[in-house]
Design a protein. Structure first.
Length: 684
């Protein structure tokens, strides 16, 4: 419900923002009255200068004898008319817009959505973005789709945008989504928030899909668990091909054609899996003939999508959507019949599927350029995911109650016939024990699901809490000094930059272990590393009532400012984040956390030993060999007292080892803890 509420608020905010935003007139958008700090980015909607079947550069001189044309943006070419004649979605054109702003005190940027199906953008005469290859012919045009951000380096009050667009590979061409113009920080934040949203939805759906697949493996009789898992996985994969197109970020070599086919195929597979799920769940109420027709039609659509050219099957979008609507109507019919027959969980299923159906219809309307908010179907599926878990709990709870009733009846019967049916009683006791074991397995599955969700939030909670604290300090005017404000802003920016990597790191732990993640090492003075750590943690830890200090003790063995380390600073900062924030959890107020640097001369190469020491509660020695294992947890250990998932030190170990280093721990219960890192060091 929280997710739905947030999306409803965003919907009304988006609609009001569109109504208030100024519109471009005759190729000019006047934003001198727009307050970007308060009103946010503005959509570049309105009348752009338009040249059909022309690819004009930023310095092209218009023909004074030729009439200047203007086109509405956003609007696909398929819905445009030129001199009374409708345009085709295939072709090429040039858009031009001049944006006028008031005196600029910050840098601006442009958020560019997916434009069908290739484009090149010039800003103030300089080529800023290129997605695919733009040309006059299909053979020389290469399609591509990816949301991008364009940075506007100039601080002039006027910004000229020239956009060349070519499409020969998709049925729909042109700019059919709004570009956004605003402060670069706002545009960047919008792009990152969409990436985080899509990643979270993908993670939730893929894990729940695998979880239900596991339920089917444990109980092959319940086909509805397998089909629901297939529905979740197909929708999760579809998320990779829409919006931020995470598929291109994670697999840069993937082609536009493959992504488009995958989007259409996963939609059809999700519809087929959804129909099969409801038929398996409420088999007595599901008609067979419509289901068979839907399955054969879905198979035909899949083959057509795989083998037909992209421009052909994309032209049949309305046919695909009609099939999707037929699948929705089938699901609604089955749910309504199940409610009428008072099937277990039917009401809950109908409510969840109705929400999902409404959001899918919203997406269908959006792809017809009649709605503002896109890709809401995954939200509805996440809601259905939780409802499905509730239904499974209801079903198994009822089964357990029936087993308990049977067990009680057997005990009563056994009391009167004990001498005659001892053998049968023993068999029933074994059956009861078997059912109890199954119940314990189900409980372990539920705990596993909660553990997976906990892992996702593990590395997000701490930086978000810190940023929230800083922002509350600004809001409550706790910090008024300009220098202090700058320092806190710098800290927040550092935390946000670190947060960009956190979600990826949850998925990259296995890649780190397989050595499939690139570590970008750069040479850095040891003094600079120490200064970076002091700036990163000093103010924050002192604010928590802890004593923090860094000690460079290498001067005992080598000359000052003579040591270099080759490290990936972001990854090493992540290691210190995990270690220090673990130490903060277990160090009482008034305690201390220190970082000491030692130079060690070894036979083959010198090394730098870094020790992070706290005065906290410490841990038993028998736990030390295991604390760097993933998900290690002990009831009396440091992790268990705070509910940690045990991922942090496992990630730290992999990063340190990829720096050709070592990591370990020294501790005694009640004597604090020391985490040491050994890295190669180089003389300047």
């Amino acid at each position: 419900m929280t997710v739905i509420t947030i999306l409803v608020v965003q919907l009304f905010g988006s609609m009001s923002n569109y109504k208030l935003a100024p519109q471009a007139q005759n190729g000019v958008l006047d934003l001198r009255g727009w307050n970007f700090s308060q009103q946010g980015p503005v959509p570049l909607n309105g009348k752009w200068e338009f040249a059909w079947r022309e690819l004009n550069g930023p310095n092209a001189v218009s023909n004074p004898l030729k009439q200047t044309l203007y086109a509405q943006v956003p609007l696909s070419w398929n819905r445009m008319k030129l001199f009374g004649s409708p345009l085709s979605g295939r072709g090429y054109a040039t858009y031009r817009l001049k944006v006028i702003t008031s005196a600029r005190d910050s840098m601006y940027g442009i958020w560019v959505p997916n434009i069908s199906s290739s484009y090149a953008m010039w800003i103030n005469g300089k080529l800023s973005l290129r997605e695919g290859d733009v040309s006059y012919t299909e053979e020389r045009t290469r399609p591509s789709m990816k949301q991008r951000i364009a940075f506007i380096p100039s601080r002039d009050n006027e910004t000229e945008i020239v956009l060349q667009v070519a499409n020969f590979h998709h049925f729909r061409g042109g700019i059919w989504q709004s570009l956004k113009f605003g402060q670069f920080e706002q545009i960047s934040r919008k792009n990152k928030s969409e990436t985080i949203r899509d990643t979270l939805f993908f993670s939730c759906l893929i894990m729940v899909g695998l979880y239900h697949g596991g339920l089917f493996v444990m109980r092959r009789k319940d086909w509805f668990t397998l089909l629901f898992g297939l529905l979740c996985i197909s929708m999760a994969i579809r998320i990779l091909t829409t919006g931020e197109v995470l598929l291109n970020h994670w697999f840069p070599s993937s082609s536009w054609t493959f992504a488009l086919r995958l989007e259409y195929c996963t939609t059809i597979v999700a519809a087929m899996a959804g129909c099969g799920y409801f038929r398996s769940l409420f088999r007595e109420d599901a008609p067979t003939r419509p289901f068979t027709v839907l399955m054969w039609c879905g198979a035909a659509f899949l083959l057509f999508t795989i083998y037909a050219p992209t421009v052909v099957f994309s032209a049949g979008l309305i046919v695909y959507q009609a099939y999707l609507m037929a699948a929705i109507l089938y699901g609604l019919f089955v749910n309504i019949m199940a409610v009428r027959q008072q099937r277990l969980g039917a009401v809950v299923s109908l409510v969840g599927f109705t929400v999902l159906a409404v959001l899918i219809i919203n997406d269908i309307v959006y792809y017809h350029e009649m709605a503002r908010i896109r890709d809401l179907a995954p939200v509805g599926l996440v809601l259905c995911m939780f409802i499905q878990s509730l239904m499974i709990s209801l079903r198994y709870s009822k089964a357990i109650q029936e087993v308990e009733s049977v067990s009680q009846a057997l005990k009563t019967l056994n009391y009167g016939l004990e001498g005659r049916i001892q053998q049968r009683t023993a068999e029933f006791i074994k059956i009861n024990e078997h059912l109890e074991l199954k119940n314990m397995e189900l409980e372990r599955m539920e705990n596993s699901k909660r553990h997976l969700f906990s892992n996702i939030s593990h590395d997000l909670r701490t930086p978000m809490t810190l940023i929230r604290g800083y922002l509350e300090a600004f809001q409550d005017d706790v910090i008024t000094d300009k220098q202090e404000q700058k320092k806190y802003v710098k800290l927040m920016l550092a935390k946000i930059n670190g947060l960009n990597h956190l979600i990826g790191e949850l998925f990259e732990l296995s890649k780190l272990e397989a050595r499939q993640v690139d570590i970008i090492k750069e040479e850095m003075l040891l003094e600079h590393l120490i200064s970076h750590l002091e700036e990163n943690y000093d103010l924050e830890l002192r604010g928590r009532g802890l004593i923090f200090a860094c000690y460079n003790l290498t001067y005992r063995d080598v000359a000052p400012v003579s040591l270099n380390v080759r490290i990936d600073l972001d990854r090493i900062t992540q290691v210190f984040d995990n270690i220090i924030y673990n130490a903060v959890k277990f160090t009482p107020t008034g305690g201390s956390i220190s970082i000491r640097f030692y130079y060690e001369s070894r036979p083959h190469e010198p090394t730098l030993r870094i020790e992070v020491t706290d005065t906290g509660v410490g841990m038993e020695m028998e736990h030390l060999p295991y604390i760097f294992e993933r998900f290690y947890k002990k009831d009396q250990s440091r992790n268990s007292s705070t509910g940690g998932s045990g991922l942090g030190l496992a990630i730290a170990k992999e990063i340190v080892e990829q720096h050709a280093g070592q990591i370990g721990a020294i501790s005694e219960l009640g004597q604090g803890c020391t985490i040491y890192i050994v890295l190669p060091v180089y003389m300047k």
